[in-house]
Design a protein around this ligand. Structure first.
Ligand code: C5P
Length: 315
């Protein structure tokens, strides 16, 4: 059986609003998600055993049963026992390019790649929706990572409405290598400080979702209007993460100042990004950040918005 190689892009949030609590302990969100070309490469190779084995070239990524890509494979084996019996286990090798613990859905996109890869390898013929449903059980961002592009995400983040593709923008991303933010911590801290602002009844929750669905960010996206998108960037989690991490706050401020369009923190951070309309503009921001923060711990990437999620590489 031939190996399958998949490109697994990172995501950024152009908009993240926390609107309420959920009975399952998660938060009701309204987000606008965007895939970017900074991507991991995930390879699946049948190993002739009844096990899945994970390897990764990044020392911070666990290769045991806690790895989300491993859990994705186990879930596929449980859901499709006949295919698993017939084809057996696989070696899952992850080439990490997306920083870890960064707010860029790196773990989620690797898990999405395993779902898509095993669907192909086992010839299951699942629809994107079916793969997304399996993904929702693994993590809130996994369904988005399957299809990628530009989308509104509501509920826990797993309810998706696609938006017109936005592939003409560039993004400079920066993260301190040694710094990670725990996503559960960020949401918990937000709940502690802001739960009095949460919307509690169904009617108001739906109103808040509709406000984004028919709001200015969606209009800006459909017009591919980079300047308007930049002005409308919003992330509620900045309210708790930036005060707790002053270097991230400083970096975020510099990104926003240096970009004509604007900048923000992605997800629960600590990655911050700046938008750019051309590769030259992105290169200028990249260089200016490098010069201003001459810190070897600071990693900087330039990427492009992309219109796709998990993509098999033709071999
Ligand atoms: O779904 P995922 O495992 O990626 O979420 C990580 C953590 O982020 C959850 O355990 C929860 O603490 C928080 N979270 C939340 N509400 C969401 C998504 C995530 O509170 N909608």
């Amino acid at each position: 059986m031939r190996p399958y190689t998949l490109i697994a892009p990172a995501k950024i949030n152009l908009y993240l609003e926390i609107i309420g609590d959920r009975p399952d302990g998660y938060h009701e969100l309204v987000m606008v998600m965007q895939s970017v070309s900074l991507a991991d490469v995930v390879q699946l190779r049948a190993n002739g055993t009844d096990r899945f084995r994970v390897s990764c070239d990044h020392p911070q990524v666990p290769t045991d049963a806690s790895n989300l890509a491993y859990r994705a494979a186990k879930q596929m084996a449980e859901q499709f026992p006949e295919a698993f019996r017939r084809f057996g286990g696989a070696d899952l090798s992850i080439q990490k390019h997306i920083p870890v613990g960064a707010g860029l859905a790196g773990g989620s996109t690797d898990a999405a790649a395993v779902l898509v890869g095993l669907d192909l390898m086992w010839n299951l013929g699942l629809t994107q929706e079916e793969i997304q449903e399996l993904g929702a059980q693994l993590g809130s961002d996994v369904p988005f990572c399957v299809t990628g592009g530009t989308a509104i995400a509501t509920g826990r983040g797993e309810q998706l409405s696609p938006l017109p593709p936005l592939d003409r923008l560039y993004v400079v991303l920066a993260k301190y290598r040694s710094l990670s933010v725990s996503t559960p911590w960020a949401y918990q801290a937000y709940r502690q400080q802001f739960s009095q602002t949460y919307v509690r009844d169904d009617h108001s929750l739906e109103g808040r979702r509709q406000r984004v669905h028919s709001g200015p960010m969606v209009t800006a996206i459909s017009h591919q209007d980079g300047e308007a998108i930049g002005k409308l960037l919003h992330n509620d989690l900045e309210k708790v993460v930036l005060p707790a991490y002053p270097p991230v706050k400083q970096l975020r401020q510099a990104m926003a100042d240096l970009s004509k369009l604007g900048g923000m923190m992605s997800g629960s951070g600590p990655t911050v990004f700046a938008l750019a309309e051309t590769p030259a503009e992105a290169a200028n921001i990249h260089q200016a950040i490098r010069t201003r923060f001459a810190d070897p711990d600071l990693e900087i990437w330039t990427a492009q918005f992309c219109a796709t999620g998990i993509k098999p590489v033709e071999s």
